[in-house]
Design a protein around this ligand. Structure first.
Ligand code: PLP
Length: 377
């Protein structure tokens, strides 16, 4: 086997593309002007930010004026949820989300609960899908926000966002979706989906870490979280991270250009992996939805095999994967997502996630399956 790492953890993060680095370089070196400055060095930075805003907007069918740059998915989720809660607290204090959201959403909601808001955490079926009837029955007169992720980061299940968007609109409720895992893997049009707020993070689609965006539909009000300057029309104070914003614009532009072929390749690698594992390790089984799942996501249970030790053994063989369970990151708490789809504590400690990316090939799949067979035998 060649001496490279077989990286199968693209849901965690991706490497920045060369074209993206090239686009960022001038803003890390000679084009260092503060975008708020009036002289030409500053104006050039401002222009670069506005170009990136255009690129991000057109990737999701939004208007340029509806894109706000942030420090990433976590901040976008927090700004959306807390920003709406604080703005509309006199209208109502009820929020609906799901049990399988990313911690950026769940913990933002938990914080709001401490501040007197009431949050309903929708359950999901065994495939990780939100139940539409339960959503409808949970909506109340005082519901101000629904926040449901587009696709889950652990099990890859894609939610019926269009249907939820329609319900939210009919009931006059603001709808936020965390699209961090979906951008670059699924086509997204904010008009068609009827979402009001949408979170983006660049490092999931071959852009830099520490930069993201929040789409805020025109007419949707939020209270800003940071007090400071008037950047991002006062909604997100702080001198802009120009090189990273430029990188995100380029990365999203490339992702959209390549979306169809990328999806096709990811689906192929995903489906081959699932098929080969099921064939060669018959006691293994798949978590998440069989069809409505992210193109590059495989999440499987290997009964009686502890995920953490499998990760270390795979690492020795040069393969980087992650666990579906938080135990790998030092906590003994099983993953809230695996718990929500009904897995026992024991089963959820035996789950591995393989998330593919553009440098992977079918050889990587074969090498992975061989390594897994060797480990579980
Ligand atoms: N939301 C989802 C679904 C994610 O997968 C992640 C990152 O793993 C985040 C939010 C947080 O994004 P960031 O790492 O940019 O803060």
């Amino acid at each position: 086997m060649e001496n490279r790492i077989i990286y199968l953890d693209h849901a965690a993060t991706t490497a920045i593309k060369d074209e993206v680095i090239k686009e960022m370089m001038p803003y890390l070196t000679e084009q260092y002007g503060n975008p708020s400055s009036l002289y030409s060095l500053g104006r050039k930075s401002k222009k670069a930010i506005e170009n990136s805003r255009n690129q991000v907007a057109s990737a999701i069918g939004a208007k340029k004026s509806e894109i706000y740059f942030t420090s990433g998915g976590t901040e976008s989720d927090n700004l959306a949820i807390k920003g709406v809660a604080k703005k509309y607290k006199n209208k109502g204090k009820h929020i609906i989300t799901s049990k399988i959201e990313h911690h950026a959403v769940i913990n933002a909601c938990k914080r709001l609960e401490k501040e007197g808001f009431e949050v309903s955490y929708l359950s999901v079926d065994k495939n990780g899908k939100v139940l539409i009837e339960e959503l409808k029955n949970t909506i109340r007169e005082d519901t101000i926000l629904i926040s449901i992720m587009m696709a889950n980061n652990e099990i890859g299940t894609i939610q019926p966002i269009k249907e939820i968007g329609k319900i939210a609109k009919e009931r006059g409720i603001i709808f936020h979706t965390d699209a961090v895992q979906a951008i670059g893997s699924l086509p997204i049009d904010v008009e068609e989906l009827e979402v009001d707020l949408l979170s983006i993070s660049a490092h999931k689609f071959y852009g830099p870490k520490g930069v993201g965006a929040l789409y805020i539909r025109k007419g949707t009000s939020i209270e800003e979280l940071l007090d400071g300057g008037a950047q991002e029309k006062g909604r997100r104070a702080g001198t802009e991270n120009v090189p990273s914003i430029v990188g995100m614009g380029k990365a999203i532009e490339i992702a959209i250009q390549n979306l169809k072929s990328y999806q096709k390749k990811m689906c192929y690698l995903r489906d081959e992996t699932i098929e080969q594992i099921l064939k060669q390790i018959p006691k293994a089984y798949l978590n998440g939805h069989a069809i409505d799942r992210l193109p590059g996501n495989v999440n499987m249970i290997f009964p009686f095999m502890e995920a953490e030790s499998m990760i270390l053994k795979l690492d020795q063989k040069g393969i980087a994967v992650s666990s579906g369970s938080a135990c790998a990151s030092g906590s003994l708490e099983p993953s809230h997502v695996l718990k929500a789809i009904g897995l026992s504590h024991e089963a959820s400690q035996c789950s591995l996630r393989f998330s593919f990316g553009e440098e992977n090939t079918i050889n990587d799949v074969e090498y992975l399956v061989e390594a897994l067979v060797d480990i579980v035998k």
